[in-house]
Design a protein around this ligand. Structure first.
Ligand SMILES: Cc1cc2nc3c(=O)[nH]c(=O)nc-3n(C[C@H](O)[C@H](O)[C@H](O)COP(=O)(O)OP(=O)(O)OC[C@H]3O[C@@H](n4cnc5c(N)ncnc54)[C@H](O)[C@@H]3O)c2cc1C
Length: 381
């Protein structure tokens, strides 16, 4: 059965993944990508494991694996990314009401609605449960007041999933609720944040008397913390894969050979050779460990606390790799602008900074280590 499915996928990819779309990384024309997206969507493969009624293809875990493998072989780009498909979609599948699923999931699958994450606040990052954005009960809606920060893509998002305080008197983890509302609602103001490196995807959001319908409360009032943590596991999971970020970039070995010289096809400097080999071996070992853990995961492939280990390791490994790239490229590795740097060199500098950001997004490395100590190793608080 699975082999039949594999053949079917292979044939479909040959017919539908146009050659120029396959050459990922060489610059996809928008129309090529749209055609590819439409073909995937029609087949339910923008969200292949979701139920058909919500735009998915209801693939089993094994079929999903086959599809992933074949898409990787075909070098086919992921048709749909973003917080809808990786974070709020899976969370709604688990905690949403039937009405919430019917309203929101199909629009995520079709790429029609983009989501952003309203978690961090100026005074609540790692200590997220200290959040102060208030939601007052007004019968069939909440009145929301407060501010969120580092909200990635808020200036382009249609909807937000937001943590709000519904009981200020309760212990801090127990007075939080998880609500959804439209970014077009009156009272929502979004201000993009400019960083030292120029424009950024970050925004600060301000909520002044925003009305969020109670029908968009996910789970029970004051019980949002459990849902918030579950969503963070999905977020970590989406940052855990070595196939994701950095895919398509020139390998460290190739960079080392090009920039630091080679003797008989080997990296000339023995210390650098050792460093590059160690990173390559760690990358390979990590990929295999992740694959084994996914296959052994008894909770049907959904993330667990152990996901923190993979998020931590993957983002730290990416950082080690980009640090090594910058070092071996010398002054060419710190280019930001100007004709003396190639586009690739400038991209390496940006990727180095992006790698650092990934060790913070979705919970910093230190916070992941705390979760591993407490929830995976069972160490005392
Ligand atoms: C690329 C990127 C995208 C992001 N996107 C979003 C988004 O879309 N929505 C959103 O809500 N947020 C987003 N964030 C914010 C992110 O969740 C927070 O930056 C993160 O949780 C850390 O919070 P903070 O910045 O307030 O740092 P702080 O919590 O102030 O931490 C400062 C330092 O102290 C360390 N630290 C804090 N507490 C502990 C502890 N208990 N033990 C050990 N060390 C500790 C941290 O590791 C860190 O090094 C994004 C961040 C980045 C970098």
């Amino acid at each position: 059965m699975l082999e039949e499915f594999r053949e079917e996928v292979r044939g479909w990819l040959a017919d539908n993944c146009p050659e120029n779309v396959m050459r990922q990384g060489e610059g996809l024309a928008k129309t090529d990508f749209s055609r590819w997206f439409d073909a995937c969507y029609e087949r339910g493969w923008t969200v292949p494991d979701w139920p058909k009624e919500y735009g998915g293809a209801a693939l089993s875990r094994e079929e999903r694996k086959v599809l992933r493998e074949e898409m990787r072989i075909a070098n086919a780009p992921t048709p749909l990314t973003g917080m809808g498909v990786t974070m709020i979609g899976p969370t709604l599948l688990e905690y949403g009401t039937d009405a919430q699923k019917a309203e929101h999931l199909p629009k995520i699958a079709s790429g029609e609605v983009r989501w952003c994450q309203g978690y961090s606040e100026p005074g609540a990052g790692s200590d997220l449960a200290s959040l102060q954005t208030r939601a007052e009960d007004h019968g069939d809606y909440y009145l929301i007041n407060g501010s969120k920060i580092w909200t990635s893509g808020a200036d382009h998002a249609d909807w937000i999933f937001c943590l709000v305080r519904t009981d200020p008197k309760a212990p801090k983890h127990e007075g939080i609720s998880f609500v959804l509302f439209s970014m077009d609602d009156p009272g929502v103001t979004v201000k993009p944040i400019t960083l030292i490196a120029g424009s950024s995807p970050f925004c600060q959001c301000f909520f002044d008397d925003v009305k969020a319908l109670k029908s968009n409360l996910v789970g029970q009032e004051n019980r949002g913390w459990t849902i918030a943590k579950r969503l963070l596991q999905h977020e970590c999971s989406s940052i855990s894969s070595p196939d994701g970020f950095g895919a398509g970039r020139e390998s460290l070995s190739a960079l080392a050979l090009r920039y630091s010289g080679n003797v008989d096809g080997r990296i000339a400097d023995s210390q650098l050779r050792r460093e590059v080999t160690t990173i390559n071996m760690d990358t390979e070992a990590f990929g295999l460990t992740l694959r084994r853990a996914t296959e052994e995961n008894r909770s049907e492939g959904t993330p667990t606390f152990a996901t923190s280990m993979f998020k931590y390791y993957n983002t730290e490994l990416l950082s080690r790799k980009s640090e090594a790239s910058i070092r071996l490229m010398g002054t060419q590795g710190v280019g930001w602008d100007g004709a003396e740097f190639s586009e690739e060199e400038k991209a390496t500098t940006r990727f180095w900074l992006f790698g650092k950001a990934l060790t913070i997004a979705g919970g910093s490395s230190e916070v992941q280590l705390n979760i591993i100590a407490k929830r995976v190793l069972g160490l005392p608080d």
